[in-house]
Ligand binder design. Sequence first.
Ligand SMILES: NC(=O)C1=CN([C@@H]2O[C@H](COP(=O)(O)OP(=O)(O)OC[C@H]3O[C@@H](n4cnc5c(N)ncnc54)[C@H](OP(=O)(O)O)[C@@H]3O)[C@@H](O)[C@H]2O)C=CC1
Ligand SMILES: CC(C)(CO)C(=O)C(=O)O
Length: 343
Amino acid sequence: MTRIAVFGAGSIGCYLGGCLAAAGVDVTLIGRDRILQNIRTHGLTVSDYRGRFQRVPADQLALSTDYRLLSEVDLVLVTVKSAATHQAGLALATHLKPGVPVISFQNGVSNPEELAAMLPENPVLAGMVPFNVVEREKATFHQGSSGELEVDEGRLPSDVELSFESANLPLLRRPDMLAVRWGKLLLNLNNPVNALSGIPLKEELSQRAYRRCVALAQREALQLMQMMGIRPAKVTAVPSDWLPAALELPDWLFTRAAKKMLAVDPLARSSMWEDLQAGRRTEIDWINGEVVNLAERLNQKAPVNARLIELIREAERPEDRRDWSGEELLQTLTAARQQAALS
Ligand SMILES: NC(=O)C1=CN([C@@H]2O[C@H](COP(=O)(O)OP(=O)(O)OC[C@H]3O[C@@H](n4cnc5c(N)ncnc54)[C@H](OP(=O)(O)O)[C@@H]3O)[C@@H](O)[C@H]2O)C=CC1
Ligand SMILES: CC(C)(CO)C(=O)C(=O)O
């Protein structure tokens, strides 16, 4: 049986690892002591909005901070935040057997390439997690919204797809993962808006002013992607090009038309909010930063995304952190755009 290691046992890593282990897969979780100790005490519980509730006893998992365990596995799922990708790459390059595949289940568009450059002897596949996972008390990891995992078409050990399927996490294999990652990045432009709002995703997305902020960032990104010849894939019910217009709908129409987008656990928050809460560096440079990078390469401007980066940088300093109302945020983003148009 394929032995699967999760590198970065946090929200996504513990959820994927827990679902796989509950289905009888041999799982090793590599992570930090805080989370591993919690799992040793309580076992690992995975739950979801559809009623999944599975508890895996700690002795059914290999739990370690020791990277040497990587030399014994047949597949690695990388689930660290983007700022930790380089460190993950170093550990994998030191311990992984040649030929063992690695799937990056991370947001952003550059992580698989960063890993591939550090792991010339291992196939690195891009993956995409469409759903939200939050850590709850007693080592419980809860999936709060819907969607299927998507992964590059490259070769995986023969029983891996079946293992994911039996864990109720079917892998959708795709030939166009770069387009999928850009499509996901468009959705993740909501991450800073959610983090700055200080309220759960469902509540935030129910308010038009916040949605208009996201739409401003997406329009800017879509225009630059088009100039660069990037065609983002459709990763929600709405085609990527239509996302801003859908978000700008009045509340009464949006709540009817975008039922799926709002079908999210009432307490779910973006992973960027979780980072701010935990005092960690956020992934802003790997999300909105990619839009600003595109603008620079095209000799253009991306004032809305640049302003969101500034605001998240401020919020990363606890003493400067505050919650923004939708109107306040919309005002500062609109002002940034107007100023850029004048200069
Ligand atoms: N959470 C979500 O709902 C979603 C997240 N994603 C993406 O998935 C990826 C993972 O996110 P998420 O699970 O939320 O992140 P988390 O921060 O919850 O989990 C990552 C874990 O990896 C640990 N870690 C980092 N570096 C190392 C290392 N060198 N050795 C061992 N452990 C390490 C971190 O510890 P420490 O913090 O101490 O460094 C943390 O506990 C991100 O790219 C995110 O954008 C995608 C879809 C949804
Ligand atoms: C699932 C989604 C889009 C929102 O939670 C996400 O990717 C994140 O929080 O980083």
